[in-house]
Design a protein around this ligand. Structure first.
Ligand SMILES: Cc1cc2nc3c(=O)[nH]c(=O)nc-3n(C[C@H](O)[C@H](O)[C@H](O)COP(=O)(O)O)c2cc1C
Ligand code: SF4
Length: 490
């Protein structure tokens, strides 16, 4: 039986017109909310009955962990903001969401923009910020529109602006758009981009709480993190602690993509297993196939083997601690499923091509290492791999991991290492088969071209359809690809 969803951030997705202020104000905050716990009541409670430090303490006690990837305790992060320093403080909400497979934040911004705004009011009050920037990837036109419309409504109703709820707390919120670079999701690169500079990561320390936006104290939080805060303030830290596990309390949204019958967004308490999510909730791979590999937390998390292998790790609970034990990461909560027919070398190439493209070029290991891995993978896929290539890929990944300036380099290394750790035999087999394996690559390279640069709900397209492949080979783009990559015409 499928486990029961506990909807907090995805609650509004199922209510008509929830994005409108008039509906949000009259609807309960989440499934567990009691009478009167409607939209903006949590912000009212925080601002009129709690001090900023009490809000921080409640969020800290709830164990809420940041949902942008690293899983840092949110209340603790807020407590690092200086007090009574007389400086302007900022809250920056990270809505860049450019990691392949990840599409949770855009759901919240589209369907529940006022939930995010309510979280922003509470968080800004706690960290004593009077200005908040919501940084959204530039291509997300719809989310930018939705947030701007909600901000306008909130100003009109007095939820934003001067003296909110009759208190002396004032807040201005702005949407800032990025130009569409994965690195601008990294908090320090985001801050540079926000300030109009090139989106390069900055050294830490100083951390954003000391020197962030415009060199002033700043907290950067993910959209889903902030959208969880109103429910915690309304229902209390103990309510949040009653879900999930000791080290991973609460719930989170998972967006499931790839080879499942029912891909989409689901919100569960931490601890649901991959098997439950993939099979009971999403119906398993189409055609009764088994799972060869899963990426549980967006493209940066190493892939782990599924039930089509001898080392089935699908019973891994989706918690921070259990994912680490299984040799992977919970990351952004984007679960990418690859069925038994997936070509893992192709999938690894798809991932590494993304990192090589998105490397900002600031540091040598990542700038040089990611295209090098891509080239070696392409050599293997062309049927020209040599027996040393598997070790070479492992060596390059090791040369990037922990030696890069920011975590993008680590993420590229982990993606490669995950594929090699569990599926090195597939790389060896492809090298052994040589040219015999090359034709599939040329066809699928053309078909997968767009899936890489745009995070989609189906980033790993590796189903082989001989009829489509034949059409693609006849396509002029495919012919050009074949010429570039040196394939023969047969
Ligand atoms: C390359 C890279 C991309 C990232 N992209 C995002 C992103 O799109 N959204 C996000 O919230 N965090 C992203 N992060 C993590 C942020 O640096 C930061 O840890 C996060 O926004 C903090 O919010 P949280 O504590 O609420 O999780 C990224 C990190 C790296 C290294
Ligand atoms: S690791 Fe990659 S993305 Fe990060 S600073 Fe170095 S080159 Fe740029």
């Amino acid at each position: 039986m499928a486990p029961k969803e506990v909807r907090v951030c995805s609650f509004g997705r199922h209510i008509e017109d929830y994005w409108k202020l008039s509906v949000y104000e009259q609807t309960k905050l989440c499934e567990d909310a009691e009478e009167g716990m409607v939209g903006y009541s949590a912000a009212r409670k925080a601002l009129t009955t709690m001090s900023p430090d009490e809000v921080i303490e409640e969020v800290k006690r709830s164990g809420l962990r940041g949902k942008g990837g690293a899983g840092f305790n949110t209340g603790l992060k807020w407590s690092f903001m200086p007090k009574d320093d007389g400086l302007e403080h900022f809250l920056v909400v990270n809505g860049d969401e450019s990691e392949p497979g990840t599409a949770n934040d855009r759901e919240i911004m589209t369907w529940s923009p006022h939930l995010l705004l309510e979280g922003i009011i509470i968080a800004s009050y706690a960290i004593r910020a009077n200005t908040c920037y919501i940084y959204i990837r530039g291509e997300m036109f719809k989310q930018i529109r939705c947030m701007n419309r909600a901000i306008e409504e909130a100003y009109e109703k007095g939820y934003l602006g001067k003296n909110i709820f009759g208190t002396d707390f004032s807040l201005d919120v702005y949407v800032q758009t990025g130009a569409g670079a994965y690195i601008c999701g990294e908090e320090t690169a985001l801050l540079s981009s926000l300030m109009g500079e090139r989106g390069y990561p900055r050294p830490k320390p100083p951390f954003p709480a000391q020197k962030g936006a415009f060199d002033l104290p700043t907290t950067v939080n993910n959209v889903q993190t902030i959208a969880t805060v109103p429910a915690i303030i309304a229902l209390g830290a103990d309510w949040h602690l009653s879900y999930g596990t000791e080290k991973s309390p609460g719930m989170r949204m998972f967006c499931v993509s790839g080879h499942v019958q029912r891909p989409g967004h689901y919100e569960f308490p931490f601890g649901i297993t991959l098997r439950e999510l993939i099979y009971d909730v999403c119906g398993g791979p189409p055609g009764g196939k088994k799972v060869k590999a899963v990426i549980p937390g967006g493209s940066s998390a190493p892939m782990i083997p599924g039930d089509a292998t001898d080392n089935d790790l699908l019973d891994t609970p989706l918690t921070y601690e259990d994912c680490v034990t299984a040799g992977t990461l919970l990351g952004s909560g984007a679960v990418i499923v690859m069925d038994e027919d997936t070509d893992i070398v192709w999938a690894a190439h798809n991932l590494i091509r993304f990192y090589a493209h998105e490397s900002c070029g600031k540091c040598t290991p990542c700038r040089e290492g990611t295209p090098w891995m891509r080239m070696v993978l392409e050599r293997i896929l062309r049927g020209e791999g040599v027996s040393e290539d598997v070790k070479l890929l492992a060596d390059i990944a090791e040369g990037i991991e922990t030696k890069s300036f920011c975590a993008l380099g680590d993420a590229a290394a982990w993606a490669m290492q995950g594929a090699l750790r569990h599926f090195s035999h597939e790389f060896e087999e492809k090298i052994r088969r040589g040219k015999g394996a090359a034709k599939v690559f040329q066809a699928s390279y053309a078909s997968g071209l767009m899936s890489l640069y745009q995070p989609t709900l189906e980033p790993v397209r590796t189903h082989r359809d001989p009829r489509r492949e034949a059409e693609q080979i006849a396509h002029p783009l495919a012919r050009r690809m074949r010429a570039w990559y040196g394939g023969d015409e047969e």
